[in-house]
Design a protein around this ligand. Structure first.
Ligand SMILES: *Cc1c(COP(=O)(O)O)cnc(C)c1O
Length: 429
């Protein structure tokens, strides 16, 4: 469920018409709903606690939407943060996420980043390899800080979804095997600077079938039991993120209640353990849209119609990168559209000079004209987060709505701002 609905005949985010924001801020622009962000977080939390998992740590995957105002909205609702870089730790701290709710993941953490995380006092560092364990322990010992670590396991299951976001097979770069995890856990418990507190897994993203998750979680449970059987203490089991979001053309993602029930069933009788989760997409995707204006409609003699927008692949990379599907809706549908006015088949493209800058081909949409606004739905995760200034297009702005209020939470830079970030080489003057 989300808070983007027709109000008075036009698409609104909560109680603010998207056309109002487009007029004030310009297009393209990302618009997020506070109510949807909070709702998705609380639905997940209530499902987990309702299934009997007590006090779960729900750490929002910052990479899905790193805007500090978005993070603050979630932090105030009780969310922690799953971070993958020093930059993300700084964002989480700036947003008021308490360090004891920050989980530091990632395949290639640098010594500087590990030191920063230890000084910040993050709850847990998820380790992906033995060299990383040695590094964390050495830095912990040098700083006199004991970093609580979890070993990230690659449970070797096929999660489905797009190959670029599937992470749980042995051939992927993430985590260590179950056997290796057992060895590293025992090793960590004997190291001075890296006491192990748990094990972690994250098998991929946009998962719409619970079966591979259940298979992975059963392996994780067995691992916890083996570790405990060796006399090691395991306090936390981090089950990662990965629940899918509804993109309209894809299978419906699992209901959080079914996800929670599956976990409760898989973990029944495991005893005292805190569960941690790292959801990104399922919280943020449906909480954001990208609003864009139709520049013109370019009709080819052979009949193909190109809907040329002012948004491009630098603003929303998912279609070019992952062949992702986004529902596209007119912001101000004409009365005939709602009664089923004859749809027109468009190729929807941006202005960038490469064929990759195509959002979708052969999409049937209500008839549109130059100047009309459209919204890419389900764009709140991995949307603005992956935006760039490719083609020297100004970085896309972001707006947060709450009820009938809105605020620009990342302004569009000016061209002077863009040029001022670069410096001349002395020999060129
Ligand atoms: C990307 C990522 C997540 C979030 O994945 P979603 O599919 O957005 O829920 C969680 N944990 C780790 C380690 C990740 O890399």
């Amino acid at each position: 469920m989300n808070h983007f609905e027709l109000k008075g005949g036009e698409l609104a985010c909560e109680d603010v018409a998207l056309s109002t924001i487009a007029a004030a801020v310009g297009t393209p622009v990302y618009v997020y709903s506070s109510a949807t962000l909070v709702r998705h977080f609380t639905v997940l939390r209530d499902a987990l606690t309702g299934a009997g998992l007590k006090d779960p740590l729900i750490a929002f995957a910052v990479k899905a939407n790193p805007n500090v105002a978005v993070l603050r909205t979630l932090a105030q609702a009780g969310a922690g943060a799953d971070v993958v870089s020093e930059g993300e730790i700084r964002r989480a701290l700036a947003a008021g996420v308490p360090p004891e709710r920050i989980v530091f993941s990632g395949v290639g953490k640098s010594a500087g980043e590990i030191e920063f995380a230890l000084k910040a006092g993050v709850a847990e560092i998820n380790l992906e390899s033995e060299p990383e364990l040695d590094l964390v322990s050495a830095i912990g010992q040098r700083l006199g800080k004991r970093a609580a670590v979890a070993i990230r396991v690659n449970p070797d299951v096929e999660a489905g979804g797009h190959a670029k976001i599937s992470t749980g097979k042995a051939e992927n770069k993430f985590g260590v095997s179950l056997a290796e995890a057992e060895r590293l856990y025992a090793k960590a418990s004997n190291l001075p600077g890296a006491p192990p507190v748990g094990v972690a897994c994250h098998i991929g993203s946009q998962i719409t079938d619970l079966a591979p998750m259940e298979a992975a979680f059963a392996k994780m449970r067995a691992l916890v039991e083996r570790l405990r059987g060796e006399g090691l203490s395991v306090e936390r089991l981090d089950l990662g993120g990965g629940l899918g979001a509804p993109y309209f053309n894809a299978p419906t993602p699992p209901d959080p209640a079914d996800y929670a029930a599956m976990i409760a069933r898989t973990m029944k009788g495991l005893g005292d353990i805190q569960f941690a989760f790292e959801p990104g997409r399922m919280i943020a995707a449906n909480a954001g849209v990208l609003v864009s204006r139709v520049q013109h409609i370019h009709e080819r003699p052979e009949g193909r119609k190109f809907l040329v927008l002012d948004a491009a692949m630098n603003d929303l990379l998912r279609p070019a990168m992952y062949d992702a599907y986004h529902d596209i809706r007119p912001v101000n549908p004409r009365p005939s559209d709602e009664k089923g006015g004859e749809p027109v088949v468009y190729d929807v493209v941006g202005p960038i000079c490469e064929t990759g800058d195509t959002f979708t081909r052969d999409r049937a949409l209500p008839p549109l004209k130059a100047g009309d606004l459209v919204a890419f739905m389900t764009a709140g995760a991995y949307g603005a987060a992956m935006s760039s200034e490719y083609n020297s297009r100004l970085l896309v702005p972001e707006v947060l709505v709450k009820g009938d209020q809105y605020a620009v939470i990342r302004p569009r830079p000016t061209y002077d701002d863009m040029l001022a970030r670069e410096a001349n080489a002395p020999w060129l003057s």
